[in-house]
Design a protein around this ligand. Structure first.
Ligand SMILES: CC(=O)N[C@H]1[C@@H](OP(=O)(O)OP(=O)(O)OC[C@H]2O[C@@H](n3ccc(=O)[nH]c3=O)[C@H](O)[C@@H]2O)O[C@H](CO)[C@@H](O)[C@@H]1O
Length: 369
């Protein structure tokens, strides 16, 4: 590919899930706005295709998603062979794009591009958005010049590394929401009624969906329920015909969804939490129980301790309890108090901070490895 001379080229590895892709896209927006070029590396997973559809102005390349098997599993050898092959593919991509820096947004999909950057003598960075960083990022950080963090709580997990708390980048479209009335009209909802947004992360959440579907919510409360790809019709069956209850599969207009919400029931993935903090939305957080090392509980605890959220484990909930907690969050005084606490956790301009940190290191003369 022709290099657009003078424009610094950043490769962003952000495949595997919305929690990597969307912050990666936010960095792409900030980097190009500052005059740079970007190449986004995603996986072949359907969620990456679905979630990146709206962003076709950017150049995307796919590399394999690399789920790491257990250390002594017979699948370890094929995994290492795939990592090695993907590092070679990435070296070719970095060369043809004439990359000046590489940023991994998490997961083992970030490892090969970061290692390829080290081999090419290009500065490399990793961003971790969770309070308890993933194993992949802890390993990948060994090849990185600096580590960017979404939350201060993660710092102690990267001993000996230079860590910068940048916050987690949020897409530009979520920084200014549409009018509530326009958003309500889009979803066929009444802007004057209290509205609950239900979201299970970019890949949905079956059990959480059912808990809300069976909750005997106050009749005045409307619901916008993002069921996730593939779970829409099952949730619709569970809910039945209920006035003021909208169900969608994957939502490609989160700005309109947030604009109509007064309170949220959600998993506690880091990007969702960052958005709730930025927008000052009270939440009932139900961590995905099988998330690696239970990191979603650690994330949710940060919000619970700040008074921004109610934290409940899925196993301790039933429909009736969900309904009572939702009523509590929607009570005006409680809602205001929680909204303020959520806002206090917001780190604005995270994408800009990431870009400035990368640019700063590039100016200092690139990789210090
Ligand atoms: C199950 C699991 O292990 N999930 C992890 C995954 O994020 P996962 O993708 O599950 O969840 P996150 O909350 O981090 O991100 C969801 C993102 O998708 C967007 N969205 C969601 C639904 C939808 O229909 N449309 C849409 O655009 C949200 O606005 C948000 O930006 O990586 C995160 C970052 O390491 C972790 O914190 C999560 O714990």
């Amino acid at each position: 590919m022709e290099k657009d001379k003078g424009k610094p080229g950043l490769v962003i590895a952000c495949g595997g899930t919305g929690g990597h892709l969307f912050p990666g896209l936010a960095v792409a927006e900030a980097w190009t706005a500052a005059g740079g070029r970007v190449l986004l590396l995603v996986s072949e997973k359907p969620i990456d295709r679905e979630a990146s559809r709206k962003y076709d102005a950017y150049r995307f390349e796919t590399i394999p998603a690399l789920p790491k098997p257990a250390t002594f599993s017979p699948r370890m050898l094929p995994f290492l062979v795939s990592v090695w092959k993907t590092i070679r593919t990435c070296r070719g991509l970095l060369r043809s794009f004439q990359a000046d820096a590489v940023l991994g947004m998490g997961g083992f999909t970030s490892l090969p591009p970061v290692v390829a950057a080290k081999k090419a003598g290009i500065p490399a960075f990793v961003h971790d958005s969770n309070a308890l960083p993933g194993k992949a990022n802890r390993i990948t950080s060994r090849w990185c010049d600096e580590v960017f963090l979404g939350m201060e709580a993660a710092r102690s997990h990267f001993p000996g590394k230079t860590c910068v708390v940048t916050g987690t980048p949020v897409r530009r479209e979520l920084t200014t929401l549409p009018e509530r009335s326009a958003a309500a009209a889009k979803w066929g909802l009444d802007p004057h009624r209290p509205t609950l947004l239900v979201m299970g992360g970019s890949q949905g959440a079956r059990k959480l969906n059912s808990l809300v579907a069976e909750a005997p919510l106050d009749a005045a409360v409307q619901v916008l329920h993002i069921a996730g790809p593939g779970d829409e019709s099952r949730v619709q069956e569970e809910v039945g015909e209920r006035e003021g209850y909208r169900i969608v599969g994957f939502c490609d207009d989160m700005a309109s969804a947030y604009a109509v919400a007064d309170a949220v029931v959600a998993r506690s993935g880091a990007s969702s939490l960052t958005e709730l903090a930025d927008l000052g939305l009270p939440s009932l957080l139900v961590p995905f129980p099988f998330a690696a090392e239970d990191h979603q509980t650690v994330n949710a605890r940060v919000f619970e301790e700040a008074g921004a959220a109610i934290l409940e484990q899925e196993k301790d909930l039933d429909g009736a309890k969900v309904a009572s907690l939702v009523s509590r969050m929607l009570e005006p005084q409680e809602r205001t108090r929680m909204a303020k606490a959520a806002k206090s956790l917001s780190i604005p301009d995270a994408a800009k901070r990431v870009c400035e940190a990368i640019g700063g290191l590039m100016e200092k003369g690139g990789s210090n490895r």
